[in-house]
Design a protein around this ligand. Structure first.
Ligand code: FES
Length: 210
């Protein structure tokens, strides 16, 4: 019996589409990690003056390959949106349309999916992203005051981007670090136990890094 279950589990695991993790770099092109040994390790989005002598594919081609990994083509919408955002900077109307055409669905469907996830941006964002968790654990130890300190330091209201386009500030739901509240994600890296007094230093770090 156990042997039979083991064989079945092995068979099912092989049918689950492999997760695709891509990293945005530079001007928005998408690279596979150099050490990866997957079947598509040499593929890249087209980039001006780059990739000479290597296979170059377009966004559309990339999405066609993604679709083959899923029983339902629309299941590829998340990695396709991720690629579109890396290419366009945010999910503009054009980006959503391009994604929809590549997937074979409607821009409205792509937008509906994208609007559910905090990591997708339907509007332009700054060069840096500061996200303050305001959910219950963080709220109990002063997340609201941390958010207000960022608003004051950056001279924006939460949800806005600074005039120079450097920093977007926004509140966010639980980041999964409740034991280290207040959590602030700075360019997706977590700062723990953040207090209002820490805010000027964090902002200065970002300005120095620009
Ligand atoms: S409530 Fe802030 S990380 Fe969970």
């Amino acid at each position: 019996m156990l042997c039979r279950l083991g064989r079945r589990a092995q068979t099912l695991a092989g049918q689950v589409p492999r997760a695709v993790i891509r990293r945005a770099r530079g001007d928005g092109d998408v690279h596979e990690a150099g050490s990866r040994r997957g079947f598509d390790r040499h593929r890249r989005l087209a980039r001006h003056g780059h990739g000479r002598g290597r296979p170059v594919t377009t966004y559309y081609d990339e999405v066609q390959e993604l679709k083959q990994r899923y029983p339902d083509r629309r299941s590829a919408v998340l990695p396709a949106l991720r690629l579109a955002q890396a290419k366009h900077g945010h999910l503009s109307t054009d980006a959503l349309r391009e994604c929809a055409e590549a997937i074979g669905t409607t821009p409205a469907y792509c937008e509906a999916v994208a609007s559910f996830y905090d990591m997708f941006h339907l509007a332009p964002v700054g060069r840096h992203l500061v996200e303050v968790c305001t959910n219950i654990s963080c709220a109990l130890v002063g997340a609201r005051q941390v958010l207000e300190a960022f608003e004051q330091e950056l001279d924006v209201t939460a949800g806005e981007t600074t005039e120079d386009g450097a920093v977007t500030l926004r509140p966010i739901e639980c980041l999964g670090g409740c034991g280290w509240a207040t959590i602030v994600a700075v360019d997706h890296g977590y700062r723990t136990h953040v207090q209002p007094d820490d805010v000027p230093g964090i902002v200065q770090e970002l300005r120095d890094g620009d």
